[in-house]
Write a protein that binds this ligand. Structure first.
Ligand SMILES: Cc1cc2nc3c(=O)[nH]c(=O)nc-3n(C[C@H](O)[C@H](O)[C@H](O)COP(=O)(O)O)c2cc1C
Length: 176
């Protein structure tokens, strides 16, 4: 049994039970495993966090724990639903709560959307990570729409190949 690595972290940011972005995150986990990497997964659906209030929420035990997990990672891949042309509010709340833990991370994106028109939706989210925390964004964002899934799994061979390429890129990029 492989020990989960703290170097590679995948954050699943959908709270939906049959989430497609979580299916993408699970496929990415498989890609890492095939490279001998046991990535750690944080699923926000099973990690109840308080809303960021800019004060007492920072002392919540789950916030302290997840901040440590993020701090320990070198690479963080964010799997997100596209909601209102952006990442999910649950993910934005996570960033607000864990702020400086994101300093200098290498960050990638897996996006599940209803249609193709929201393709560039995570750019403002990515910009905030670059500007606030000097994150290096992997220029291989993976974007999937409903047609890329069947039986709840990522079935498109093209998108699966893009996830593999993201996994590989994340092992090569270094943020000095
Ligand atoms: C509140 C809400 C807002 C949404 N906004 C968008 C959107 O702006 N663009 C889009 O392509 N799809 C949008 N969708 C569709 C979701 O992105 C799509 O259902 C996706 O599969 C959700 O990710 P998940 O399956 O990981 O939860 C929206 C869905 C919801 C519930």
């Amino acid at each position: 049994m492989e020990e989960p690595s703290s170097e590679y972290l995948i954050v699943s940011g959908s709270l939906r039970s049959n989430s497609r972005s979580r299916a993408m995150a699970q496929f990415l986990t498989d890609c890492y495993r095939s490279q001998g990497i046991a990535a750690q997964m944080i699923d926000l659906r099973s990690l109840p966090l308080p809303f960021c209030d800019g004060e007492a929420a920072y002392d919540h035990e789950s916030v302290i724990a997840v901040s440590k997990t993020i701090s320990s990672a070198r690479v963080v891949i964010i799997a997100t639903p596209i909601y209102n042309f952006d990442a999910s509010a649950a993910l934005k709340n996570l960033i607000e709560l864990t702020g400086e833990s994101w300093e200098d991370k290498i960050v990638g994106f897996l996006c599940a959307a209803g249609g193709s028109a929201s393709y560039m939706s995570v750019m403002s989210f990515a910009n905030s990570l670059m500007l606030d925390f000097r994150c290096l964004i992997i220029p291989r964002m993976v974007y999937a729409t409903n047609e890329d899934f069947s039986d709840g799994q990522l079935s498109s061979s093209e998108v699966r190949q893009r996830v593999r390429a993201l996994a590989l890129a994340s092992t090569r990029i270094r943020n000095s």
